[in-house]
Ligand binder design. Structure first.
Ligand code: LP5
Ligand code: MN
Length: 240
């Protein structure tokens, strides 16, 4: 048996192949898993649980079918879908987790997170994140008519794309010291995250002990998952 981790699918109506690949995973390999963890940016953008986009109901019912088959599904918010709320969680059966969560799987302590908060050199992003994570602003945003929210989200996406054009690749990756700090704080030797779209397994030292950082791949051209079992932690890629 194994526990599966995915992130950065960026599901949207513009990418039906990715949606089909996710639905295939939910109806296939995930059914034999002990649990499925989705570590953020499941959706390209999320502007509220009340968005009537049929894709959302489709995804919710497919995840709910997995959960109802006996496989729990957990969700950590990403920087695109940090507004996923209780209503979608109820519809999908997903359990919402805090942005940093330590698991004990098959005798291994593993820290999971989306990964955006590790990009501490990206001051512009951290400033933006602090703003949009203010509860009062989120309440105000969610009270706006849907079409206004769609316009704001589109502007934010455009602003982000433009901003990313001018940032160095290094700034948009995790800061090595931030990784060490968070793993030390949680006393873990395994970290799984997404966000950077730079899939890899990195060796490092935590408290003078060998440790590993596992980075999930985004589902741009193929699926990606991390599979944790009694014997192994594998980073896998597969056609949708
Ligand atoms: O997302 P991506 O991959 O392009 O880049 C991210 C960081 N950018 C973001 C912004 C998101 O893309 C925006 C998502 C909007 C959907 C949800 C809307 C909810 C609104 C809630 C309001 C309470 O996360 C990017 C990082 C990059 O990852 C790598 O880590 O660099 O960070 C930025 O680009 C931040 C910029 O530095 C500044 C942000 C520009 C946004 C401008 C907003 C103007 C419009 C406001 C209208 C009122
Ligand atoms: Mn992300």
């Amino acid at each position: 048996m194994a526990t599966l981790f995915i992130a950065d699918l960026h599901l949207s109506t513009e990418e039906p192949a990715i949606t089909a690949g996710f639905l295939r995973l939910l109806a296939g390999e995930a059914r034999a898993a002990d649990a499925l963890y989705i570590l953020g940016d499941l959706f390209e953008a999320w502007i509220g649980d009340d968005d009537p986009n049929p894709l959302h109901a489709n995804i919710a019912s497919a995840i709910k079918a997995l959960v109802d088959s006996g496989v729990p599904c957990y969700f950590i918010h990403g920087n695109r879908d940090f507004l996923v709320g209780k209503r979608f969680a109820r519809q999908s059966g997903m359990i919402l987790l805090p942005e940093e969560q330590v698991l004990t799987l098959y005798g291994k302590r593993i820290l999971i997170m989306h990964g955006d908060t590790l990009c501490t050199d990206d001051i512009g992003y951290l400033r933006f994140r602090a703003k949009v994570h203010q509860p009062w602003l989120q309440t105000l945003f969610l009270a706006l008519p849907l079409f206004i929210r769609q316009r704001i989200a589109a502007k934010m996406r455009a602003g982000s794309k433009a901003s990313n054009q001018t940032k160095s690749e290094a700034i948009m990756d995790v800061n090595p010291q931030a990784v060490i700090d968070v793993m030390t704080r949680h006393h873990v030797h395994h970290l799984i995250h997404g966000h950077t779209h730079r899939p890899a397994i990195h060796e490092l030292d935590i408290e003078h002990h060998p440790a590993r950082r596992y980075v999930l791949g985004a589902w741009h051209h193929e699926g990606s998952m991390i599979k944790v079992s009694h014997t192994d932690i594998e980073l896998l890629f597969f056609p949708y």
